[in-house]
Write a protein that binds this ligand. Sequence first.
Ligand SMILES: Cc1noc(C)c1-c1cc(NS(=O)(=O)c2ccccc2)cc(C(=O)O)c1
Length: 130
Amino acid sequence: EEQEEDVLRELRLFLTNLTERLMLDRRFKAFTKPVDIEEVPDYLMVVQNPMDLSTLLSNIDEHKYVTVNEFLSDADLIWQNALEYNPKRDQADRHIRHHACTLKDTMRTIIRKELDKDFQRICEEIRESR
Ligand SMILES: Cc1noc(C)c1-c1cc(NS(=O)(=O)c2ccccc2)cc(C(=O)O)c1
């Protein structure tokens, strides 16, 4: 009902603000758009579920996420894919793995500090009721 739509609207605003802040961080530039398959031809042979920050924004606008955990399932793909595709000990792989780990920590820290636990519970109850 209307109250539920108010809650989900607030969740979309929080997730949009979080994602846009990550997109502005130059450490996460490589994660802002889908990996370019013309530049990285073997990418889809290694990574089954590509994800990036711009796709997260589109998913939010399409009302894909009813809970923070559903958002995190997709958002975690970004850094998990980067660790999987860039495992070598060389500087280039270490560089992108470091940014991937920073992305993971930054997302979770912002959520823990800025999202009310009771609000998250209300979103989960809406998901369970549908
Ligand atoms: C993400 C990701 N996962 O594996 C890799 C590898 C990356 C990744 C993706 C991008 N962006 S891109 O796919 O459009 C591109 C790749 C190669 C040349 C020019 C552009 C950039 C970088 C980077 O290190 O700058 C790394």
